[in-house]
Ligand binder design. Sequence first.
Ligand SMILES: C[S@@+](CC[C@H](N)C(=O)[O-])C[C@H]1O[C@@H](n2cnc3c(N)ncnc32)[C@H](O)[C@@H]1O
Length: 201
Amino acid sequence: MRLHTAVRWRTCPFPLVEAAVPREGRVLEVGCGHGLLSLFLALSGPARQVQGVDVDDAKVDAALEAAGRLGPSDAHVSFVTVAKGWLPEEPADAIVIADVLYLLAPGEQRRLLAACAGCLAPGGVLVIKEVATEPRWKFRWNQVQETLSTRVLGITEGGGGLHFVPPASMVGWLSDEDLDVESRPIDRGYPWPHHLLVARR
Ligand SMILES: C[S@@+](CC[C@H](N)C(=O)[O-])C[C@H]1O[C@@H](n2cnc3c(N)ncnc32)[C@H](O)[C@@H]1O
């Protein structure tokens, strides 16, 4: 309960992302950062086997350190550093990508999503949390924040620029991979245009 309260006030509505992920099976989080979402998924679903991957070594180290503090019954989460351009190959029951795609050029985003779609087990689900480009005032506020984060403070690696693809375009890409897609805003109560895409095999 305390964990839910803590994440409620973080910038991304993690509980809504978590609710779209099956309660058991292999869960891959691409671009896990410091591991907050992967740890949340693991702690809220003891039958999930969660693996977080990220290109940032230092963030993965921090995630590993946090995971090392879990008790044995919660230790069903692991973290791995991957090279830039890495694409998933192992089968997964769920793949989660939260606030990562905008850091990749549109062609790379589409390639990553196609690779994720190809890894989904029958009945598997691809859960994507990004920010939409509407409403405009929320989008502009997000752009200011992300520009600070990537170009001024260097919190997030964003050397390739910021590429916010409208959710409708992503729905098209995912449909081309033969996935059934639900797309909905989850920005109520937040100044960011959070958006959730849930694509099922
Ligand atoms: C804004 S953070 C989001 C972290 C986490 N998903 C969350 O919601 O807390 C974006 C992360 O994506 C990672 N990233 C960027 N490009 C990546 C790629 N091609 N493959 C894996 N991770 C990537 C960055 O290193 C960074 O940790």
